[in-house]
Design a binder for this molecule. Sequence first.
Ligand code: SF4
Ligand code: SF4
Ligand code: SF4
Ligand code: FES
Length: 605
Amino acid sequence: MLAYIDGTALEVQCGETILEAARRLGRDIPTLCEFAPLGHRPGTCRMCLAEITRKDGSVTISTTCDTKLEDGMRVRTRTSEVREARRRQMMRLFADHCENCSSCARHGSCELQSLAKKVGLTLPARSGRLDPHRPGPDRSAPALVFDASKCIRCLRCVEACRQLQGIGAITLQGRGTRAAVGFDGQPWGESDRCIQCGQCSLVCPTGAISVKDETERALDLLASPKVMTVVQIAPAARIALAEAVGAPSGTNLEGQLVAGLKAAGADLVCDARWSADVTILEEGTELLERLRRQKEAGTLDKPDTMFTSCCPGWINHVEKSAPDMIPHISSTRSPQAIFGALAKTWLAQTRRLKPEQIAVISIMPCTAKKDEASRRLLEHDGKTDVDLVLTVRETALLFERCGLDILKMEPRGFDSPFMTEASGAAQLFATTGGVMEAALRTVAALSGGPKLGGIAFTPVRGLANVREAEVETAEFGKIRIAAAYGIPSAEAIVKLVREGRSPYHFVEVMACPGGCIGGGGTAREGFGREKLLKRQETVYRTDAEMPIHCSHENPEVVRLYRDFLEKPGSHLAHELLHCTYEDRSKEAECPSFEALVKAGALLKG
Ligand code: SF4
Ligand code: SF4
Ligand code: SF4
Ligand code: FES
């Protein structure tokens, strides 16, 4: 069976759309709502038009993303009628779009602007004419901003939230020209489901969903002579930055990133892998204590599952939608929070500075880390430990604003000797299964088992949504573990725990695809499985190349416990490096009848 696209014959493949067939031929048809990595083609933008002549002689100008290629079909993608139809459709999109492009978060990287150029839009846009009364940007969420006036209703965000996180925090509301995506009719910050993972911000083609930009505040801090700026770089950030600065996927830009931050004015550039090693000591100690309690009670065969706590997206989900899991979550704070707490105490003491003279800036692949840094539960003495979080995309923008091309800079090492030395185990935090592998290397060694350090613990590696394994330990015999990413995968394990059927002693959860390498703050150009695999390969290679492979063997971590914290799980360690969680489910916010009576809010009969 043959069909023709712009005169070129091609074999018709079962179920293939005209758009897919055209791409197979190397032909580009303009698209906007379609998003291939998620198999998303809602047919809402109507930009992918082409002239289609069927075998029966009928001729139409139709969308190609949702029309199947048929035997004998002749498709023409460049006729003047087709080009004019696309231009008219583009005008309609712009008529409903607030066009303050020069101050838009996506200026220079907007898919709508690129498409306008591609279709040859010439007429002046009539911005926002269809609905001039739309509300201004919604800035109520901790990490993300929604500007309805830039939304072109492509529904990519709806699909990302539903497909990747199974959360459905964004839905399409309203009808006709008033139809828009929203958050159950509430401001975003009041969503009882959104976990601030930022996956929606990765797929939005316009400036409708963007990360709260803190580059200006970062520039102020970096230039201030009143504070010492201490920057921490997350394990994934050095790898997930590549596409944002024009390097090939999977390039580890650690040295260039350090050089760029120093050139931008950072006083100390340190490594959040160091605090990831500290995390392992604290979380590993917690796990050992939990396992010992189960051994004493003779319940090791009916595990009291412990979940990891270093992903704030996952913690948001637990607090908002699965608060009954709070007793199962490790109390150890995330590496970012641990770094902040130790920078404002240990480092401050060592440098004879007051905590307020230190400003901690985090370079993260993650939008939820912005949320985490602002949480009241993570403050000490009413002050935040992390002053500012820049996502990878903001970091690329910071360099652009400073006029720094980090790819041309000589790579530099971290500032030493504090908070910089790291093990390969800590590098693994960048990807799904990595926290688990890092913890197992230390727990297996500390509980007298065979040494796992330096060898790949392959059962938890890769990009399958859930991976599980058994580990032989001298003290507890076999323990069962699992690593999952994406909230739907985590929920499957939550269900087992709830029903008392969980076979796992320890479970790692990361919210984003592939873990932090696929975080909502990473480069948009890195979206999709192929790029994730490249980033993941670099994570494993970096671990293999590092001289130390176990967190408990990191000499700087050993020094921290010797000189400051005394031992993992000590009183001071608990005070600084652990936290509690709160039930933020909407039901919990609804006061009981008795509480209302007590507060005098109800008249007693
Ligand atoms: S931040 Fe994550 S959970 Fe929230 S709306 Fe976006 S994709 Fe959904
Ligand atoms: S917010 Fe962005 S991704 Fe979501 S429908 Fe609007 S334009 Fe599309
Ligand atoms: S997986 Fe990583 S990037 Fe994604 S929300 Fe969790 S910590 Fe952030
Ligand atoms: S890409 Fe086909 S309708 Fe949007």
